[in-house]
Design a protein. Structure first.
Length: 142
């Protein structure tokens, strides 16, 4: 399984479980497929064409999910700005080797020995991916 899939899996698992569900920390995360629109009806004449809103990816309150997961921890993590904390929050190993593997997976072309720059880049790319998959995360510049 990809490193990115291990990060995203617990988030989408929690989103599918619905409000009030506590994350299962013992479950092995699965890769997170992008939300899919409802399949088209078998007879086009039987039902009207879907509206653009009906085919748009489902929006998921990832801020709320990650904040909820963070509230359940004794050690509070700064997932909004730290890839290390985001990985820890989702049950990942946040070692340098894991982050370098994630950097390879996401196409990081910078110097992997400059861990500060790499970590910032990784955090930005992971948040971009969450948003691209329908996750709502407040922009810190707002």
């Amino acid at each position: 399984m990809s490193i990115l899939g291990k990060i995203l899996g617990p988030i989408w698992e929690r989103a599918k479980a619905g409000p009030g569900h506590k994350p299962d920390r013992t479950a092995t995360p699965t890769s997170a497929p992008a939300p899919r629109p409802t399949p088209a009806p078998t007879s086009a004449q039987a039902q009207p064409a879907p509206t653009p809103a009906a085919t748009a990816p489902q929006q998921v309150d990832v801020d709320g999910i990650l904040d909820f997961m963070n509230e359940q921890r004794d050690q509070k993590l700064n997932w909004r700005t730290s890839i290390v904390d985001l990985m820890k929050l989702t049950g990942m190993d946040s070692t340098l080797d894991e982050r370098r593997e994630l950097a390879d997976e996401l196409g990081y072309a910078g110097d992997k020995s400059d861990t500060a720059a790499m970590n910032i880049w990784l955090h930005e790319r992971v948040l971009e991916r969450i948003r691209a998959d329908g996750g709502q995360i407040r922009d810190l510049t707002d």
